[in-house]
Design a protein around this ligand. Structure first.
Ligand SMILES: [Ca+2]
Ligand SMILES: [Ca+2]
Ligand SMILES: [Ca+2]
Length: 725
């Protein structure tokens, strides 16, 4: 697979200043009442600057102000929860990063304001966004035969669902929120379920085969509730959610008081930690208690969350009581130490010399311009038949070698990949094709055979410190790396930190994801794994297999198809993997890592592990680089790993998916959106240049096949003739 260059010569980040739009309406509340307004700001992506805020200003006394940081994030953008200025009867609202507007609205009627991208305040999100987003929730392969008939007044239009990965959605333009929108889902052109929607009630709705009516959040549509929880002291250790099933629904989990539902990530976001609670089908409400041991929060009342009123997503401050089941936001701490800003004086346009002084070249890693050849070493070339069976005799269950089966080793090795180095079909051939780097599958010792299949691919590691004998010896590996370097090329080593080979098992046979259980290992396997921290069974999550890949708790803590999921949040594990992989850099001169299954590692891992690896290798390989496998085609997910979780770069699955959509003629929107999201990758240390782009890989199939599956015409040259099957 080759990597192509990313897209900018340089980047200059411009930050718009806070501006003011006015809300000139009398407020119908008594001066004594504490009254809060939720103000939503669109289009702010990722980590909001510390000074980003919303400010309410008393129109009759401009020094009478109140403010809040933007402290929460939802599907519209960021929001702040602001006290009204004392005694104010008219207010203006201003917010960081939106332009000025003079449109007036009455905030009392709603307690919630959405600013449009132009800064126009609106009482309804659909008005601010001028559209209704309708998403389809279904399962299986029936996604592509649906369309949506939309009737608004006398207008009738039928829309195809746009697709992004497995998601299907339609944007319906809205010009009025006083006219009901009638939706009919068509399946193969035949009318299915119909819905009548008031666009004032929600700007984003989900309809589906598995529930009736519309749902107004992604959480609810997927039968779960998302609770964002804030504690002023920032200490969340021990705090979890107890949930059960009441008369009108509840959780599908069986939660014990001793083992509450824990946060999806231990790393707080701008609000706090987040709990994801699955629901039984058709739940109308969810009863919960937030607690830490026997300390409840709040101490006086159980909480009941109405799905229809809260949309299945709430932001709670510690101590708050959801007295009528409908509370979505509670006033947070941070109303807040940020100083109130005065409207900025107009800024004169900088001269080009001033702009040049501010802008610097954007960062490019040592790998940013490499063309990488990805090779599965076992399948490249057999340079030494003596190592095909690891020196063992017996069946393929012993040697793992059987070139007549695609599931077993075929004999390829480092001798074959090196070949003559400056001549022959190994590195010499890759160089002649124009590649500048070679990425090898994990070369380590493996659990060689399990369940009638072998570890020729390298992802079932037991010894992270030694070379798989099928591929050769450490001396062969040294020869290979030295050859690559002698040709001015680089070696990218595929590594795994999420799991080991399948060594642990459960005697009760229960492999379903759930609470922690005690694993066993076979008698001869007690000290099988290296380094030795991997033989400590408390360094694994031991919670069974991932069942629901969309559930973050399962995805991060479950076993990957039986492969033993390492407790990557533990300091001993982080240090152990840092030492193990740094040794390969220091001993052999490895230039970079491709990190397998990075999506399934806990949120904090890369932010600690990667700087530690860099520290350990600083003297031998100051330009060491890494990119991770985050198997997700959404730029929001990929950029989060780079921006917030410390991954230096990711394989660009968003680009790959969009490229298939583009080349197969399905749409140009996806690729436009992928490039449009490039800015989201920018941190002080990396940016979109360092994304590893590709068109297909060993888990997906070849590009021509992907085009065929995407509906590319059968006569298409790419799909059939050049790259097909
Ligand atoms: Ca061989
Ligand atoms: Ca994991
Ligand atoms: Ca296992």
């Amino acid at each position: 697979m080759s990597k192509v260059f990313r897209r900018f010569g340089w980047a200059l980040l411009l930050i718009a200043f806070a501006v003011t739009s006015s809300i000139q309406a009398p407020l119908a509340f008594s001066a004594e009442t504490t009254y809060q307004v939720v103000v939503h700001v669109p289009g702010v992506v990722g980590v909001v600057p510390a000074d980003a805020q919303v400010v309410l200003t008393d129109s009759s006394n401009s020094s009478n102000q109140s403010s809040s940081r933007l402290i929460g994030q939802d599907s519209y953008g960021w929001f702040g929860v602001v006290d009204l200025p004392t005694g104010a009867t008219r207010v203006k609202v201003s917010a960081t990063r939106v332009t000025v507007s003079n449109v007036s609205v009455d905030p009392v009627a709603t307690r919630e304001i959405w600013l449009s991208s132009k800064g126009v305040p609106a009482l309804y999100e659909s008005v601010a966004s001028l559209k209704l987003k309708v998403s389809l929730v279904t399962r299986g392969s029936a996604l592509n035969n649906r369309s949506l008939k939309v009737t608004i007044g006398k207008s009738v239009k039928t829309y195809k669902f746009n697709s992004s990965g497995t998601r299907r959605y339609v944007f319906v333009p809205i010009t009025s929120t006083s006219t009901a929108v009638k939706l009919t889902v068509l399946k193969n052109g035949k009318a299915g379920r119909s819905y009548s929607v008031n666009p004032r009630s929600a700007a984003k709705i989900w309809v589906g085969d598995f529930f009736s009516g519309v749902r107004t959040s992604e959480s609810w549509a997927n039968d779960k509730v998302t609770i964002h929880y804030h504690r002023a002291n920032g200490d969340y250790s021990g705090w979890g959610v107890h949930a059960w099933t009441g008369s009108s629904g509840g959780t599908s989990l069986s939660v014990s008081w001793a083992s509450p539902i824990l946060p999806a990530s231990v790393t707080p976001d701008a609000w706090g930690v987040t709990y994801e609670i699955p629901l039984i089908a058709n739940s109308q409400s969810l009863p919960i208690i937030i607690h830490n041991g026997n300390v409840k929060d709040p101490s006086t009342a159980d909480q009941l969350l109405s799905l229809a009123a809260t949309k299945g997503e709430v932001w709670f401050e510690a101590g708050s009581v959801n007295s009528d089941s409908s509370l979505r936001y509670t006033i947070p701490v941070s109303k807040d130490p940020v100083p109130v800003v005065v409207p900025p004086t107009p800024v004169t346009t900088p001269t080009s010399a001033q702009a040049s002084a501010l802008a610097s070249s954007s960062y490019r890693s040592s790998m940013a311009s490499e063309n990488i050849y990805f090779v599965m070493t076992d399948r490249y070339q057999n340079g030494n038949t003596a190592n095909d069976r690891m020196g063992l005799t017996g069946s393929r269950e012993v040697t793992a070698f059987d070139p007549t089966s695609t599931a077993y080793y075929h004999g390829g090795d480092f001798a074959g990949l090196t070949d003559g180095c400056t001549s022959g079909d190994g590195i010499n051939r890759l160089k002649e094709m124009g590649f500048t780097s070679v990425w090898i599958t994990p070369p380590f010792k493996q659990r060689y055979v399990q369940s009638g299949s072998a570890a020729y691919h390298g992802y079932w590691i037991t010894d992270f410190t030694d070379i798989d004998p099928h591929l050769g010896t450490k001396a062969d590996f040294t020869t290979f790396v030295d050859c690559v370097h002698s040709q001015g090329m680089k070696v990218v080593m595929d590594i795994v930190v999420n799991h080991t080979g399948d060594v642990n098992y459960y005697t009760n046979g229960n492999y379903n994801f759930g609470s922690v259980r005690t694993p066993q290992v076979a008698a001869g396997d007690t000290n099988l794994r290296k380094p030795s921290f991997l033989n400590d069974l408390t360094n694994y999550h031991n919670r069974g297999n991932v069942g629901d890949w969309n559930n973050k708790e399962q995805s991060q803590n479950g076993d990957f198809f039986g492969l033993d999921d390492v407790a990557t949040e533990k300091p001993a594990v982080i240090e152990g993997f840092a030492q193990a992989y740094a040794a390969w850099v220091n001993d052999y001169g490895i230039d970079g890592f491709r990190i397998d299954t990075a999506k399934h590692v806990d949120d904090a891992f890369f932010g600690i592990w990667w700087p530690r690896v860099q520290e350990l290798t600083a003297s031998t390989k100051p330009g060491l680089f890494a990119f991770g496998e985050v198997f997700d085609s959404g730029t929001a997910t990929l950029t989060e790993f780079v921006r917030d979780r410390g991954l230096p770069a990711s394989l660009d699955f968003a680009f790959q998916n969009a490229a298939v959509q583009f080349a197969s003629g399905n749409n140009i929107t996806d690729i436009t959106n992928v490039f449009g999201a490039d800015d989201w990758y920018i941190t002080g240390k990396t940016n979109a240049y360092n994304q590893a782009t590709f068109l297909a890989n060993h888990d997906m199939g070849r590009f021509g096949k992907l085009l065929q599956w995407a509906g590319s015409p059968t006569g298409d040259l790419w799909g059939d003739s050049l790259l097909g099957s």
